[in-house]
Design a protein around this ligand. Sequence first.
Ligand SMILES: O=C(O)CCC(=O)C(=O)O
Ligand SMILES: [Fe+2]
Length: 281
Amino acid sequence: MTESLSRWRRHSRLARYWRYARRNPAWIAMFVLSRFRSVSNWVVSVTRPPTLPLLPEEASLFPELDVDAVVAELRQVGCSAQLRLPADILGEMLSFATTEEPLPVKPKWLVRPAVRAFYPTFGEECGAARRLASDAKIHNIAARYLESEPMLKSARLGWCFVGDRKTYRELAPAQTIFHYDLADYRVLKFFFYLTDVDANSGPHVCIRSSHTRKHWKHQFALFAKQSDREIYEAYGRENWWEIVGPAGFGFVEDVYCFHRGTPPVNCPRLMVKLTFTRHQY
Ligand SMILES: O=C(O)CCC(=O)C(=O)O
Ligand SMILES: [Fe+2]
């Protein structure tokens, strides 16, 4: 079983890479080169538009949010946790999740229950998702950090169910293995918990400042994945940020930081994820 599951994972990953490369061969160069911060900084500096496309912020869902402070924290720490969903947006998303059927993430032939499931129509069919993804402050944080017109690559709503580490390793490696995401020369993800998340209910973990202070051996490594021990030894316990918060709590992260989820052990986690990139590869 384990062998066929790892074959399934390898096959779906290669199929995804093949799709990206065929759609846009420049994806290959990005995939190889973007891991080097000096290269991605250079690409950003030569492709930056003369003026950033910023939106007026009066109608934002986050009236209290200080965009300058968030962008400064992203540059320095790689992650900023100052977002709070308004109650009506949270309520609408929760009712979307209870009325729609989530799609399990697993191969069809596997009889074991999935540990993850997502709602394929969330981005298009949930009004609250559309409002959130087009919010002026979200847009301006993304525009200023990415230094370009931000492209919404995806808007996802998904569950992580209670499950053991072994099943998670097999079916959802991003939840157990530290990695960084190679989706563009700069990538920003906004995450919002829709359930209360503590240490036992699947917190996201981010390694502070690892977007800019990544060890050379981790930039040159063929795979963007590293073990907990390797991360612990290379970046120290003090930079290990386990992000917990109540339903509605949100944070934004440069996913060139090493990060991972955690398999929930007492209750499932429901989370929204908006991914912004500079180009649509
Ligand atoms: O579920 C999590 O907390 C981690 C997800 C992740 O790695 C990602 O969205 O890039
Ligand atoms: Fe990731």
